[in-house]
Design a binder for this molecule. Structure first.
Ligand SMILES: NC(=[NH2+])NCCC[C@H](N)C(=O)O
Length: 407
């Protein structure tokens, strides 16, 4: 299946991009957790089993599952001349600015990871000082620094494929990320969208070199015409102004309204999809904790190449019903119990992945919320979640749909 087609959050899912967590999780240590945006260290073999169970659920539902690492390796297999350019860029963006270290790392990778896929996986995992040959250097840094120091940091958040790039209709946003640790993740998407035969030519609404940050967890396709974007810890309002301008000026895009949801800035609510996801034609799950402070702005083209903005003061249900075109029900995470809501939101109880209207993938551990979903007629496909959830993302965060059928 070629190209991108995502014009809703719920249309029959046909193709999705995942990343199977790899050795990058082995490079998490207690004193790097905060910087790397984790709250604990997942046990890798179990995290991988859980992730494989997720992929199997999707395949059993008829979804084509493709992996980020394979797409990137396919780009390099087809265009071998890009391998050096990619490695140079990856080394530079890892913060290596001296020729000597650039050469040591290049030699190390070229001699130990000759295949493209293994090289791609290594760039994701990161490099420790102790892996590199010492004989060449004899520098002070080698004599005194901690031998476990990471020379090239790992990218442990890659299994949240939702965030570094995001499909919008038939186009894509290659994101500029909020945190330093996640900014290198977008290199892969950039190469894939510029070079992979399945994705080349996709209209690009945002570039990783743009100034303001925006992340895919904040981007929700409500329907062909309406896009919702969270203003959050991860997405700046300036980025939304910019992407709105680009989308409205693309004649091929039917999107004529962007709803900006201003959500509180906090670790627990880092993206809009941590508090709000669509699960059926007329149903959304929502974390009750955001209902009070939420404001919604409607952005539309002004007809002169710019945009106009209107603040919507009605309650969320009426605003959504208007754009969805039918009366919407909001189903609270935790079923209205405040403690259960907070506990389960922390473990992504509102972060579901819809595979078709009324059928969603959910984490097993959010049993209170899942019960409420069942009672509302939702078919929950339950996946194991003990280790994956330690990274603070659920089934929606761990998936980037590339193709959904029309509703
Ligand atoms: N779309 C999402 N909610 N993604 C969750 C990402 C979690 C990741 N640890 C981060 O902080 O960036």
């Amino acid at each position: 299946m070629q190209g991108v087609n995502v014009k809703s959050e719920i249309g029959n899912l046909k193709k999705v991009i995942l990343h199977r967590p790899g050795d990058e999780l082995l490079n998490l240590t207690p004193n790097t957790l905060e910087e790397l945006l984790f709250d604990d260290i997942p046990f890798l073999p179990v995290a991988q089993e859980e992730h494989d169970a997720f992929a199997k659920i999707l395949r059993d539902e008829g979804v084509e599952v493709v992996y980020l690492e394979d797409l990137m390796a396919e780009v390099l297999d087809a265009k071998p001349e890009l391998r050096k350019q990619f490695l140079d860029q990856w080394i530079y963006e890892a913060g290596i600015r001296t020729d000597m270290y650039h050469d040591i790392i290049t030699d190390y990778i070229e001699s130990n990871y000759p295949g493209n896929k293994e090289m791609v996986m290594k760039t994701m995992a990161g490099i420790n000082l102790q892996e590199l040959p010492q004989k060449d250097t004899h520098l002070l840094v080698d004599m005194v620094s901690d031998r476990c120091k990471l020379v090239c940091a790992p990218m442990p958040n890659l299994y949240f494929t939702r965030d570094p790039f995001a499909m919008i209709g038939n186009g894509v946003s290659i994101n500029r990320m909020y945190s330093q640790t996640r900014n290198r993740e977008t290199i892969y998407g950039d190469y894939i969208f510029k070079n992979h035969p399945d994705f080349v030519g996709t209209p690009e609404y945002y570039s990783r070199n743009d100034t303001f940050h925006i992340e895919g967890g904040d981007i929700l396709n409500i329907n062909e015409h309406v896009l919702a974007i969270g203003i959050s810890q991860r997405t700046e309002p300036d980025a939304i102004d910019h992407i709105a301008h680009n989308i409205f000026n693309d004649e091929t895009s039917p999107i004529d309204t962007i709803l900006a949801f201003n959500i509180p800035v906090s670790r627990a609510f880092m993206h809009l999809d941590t508090v709000f996801t669509q699960i059926d034609r007329d149903k959304f799950t929502i974390h009750p904790g955001i209902m009070g402070p939420l404001t919604v702005f409607e952005i539309t083209p002004d007809g002169k190449g710019g945009t106009k903005i209107r603040e919507r003061n009605e309650d969320l249900e009426s605003v959504l019903s208007e754009y969805v075109g039918e009366k919407v029900t909001l189903i609270p995470c935790g079923g209205g119990d405040r403690i259960a809501a907070e506990r389960e939101q922390w473990n992504d109880g509102s972060n579901t992945l819809c595979v078709r209207p009324g059928t969603v993938v959910v984490y097993q551990r959010n049993n209170v919320t899942n019960d409420v979903l069942y009672k509302n007629g939702i078919n929950c496909l339950v996946m194991p979640s003990a280790e994956l959830s330690r990274g603070r993302g659920g089934p929606r965060c761990m998936s980037m749909p590339a193709w959904r059928e029309a509703l």
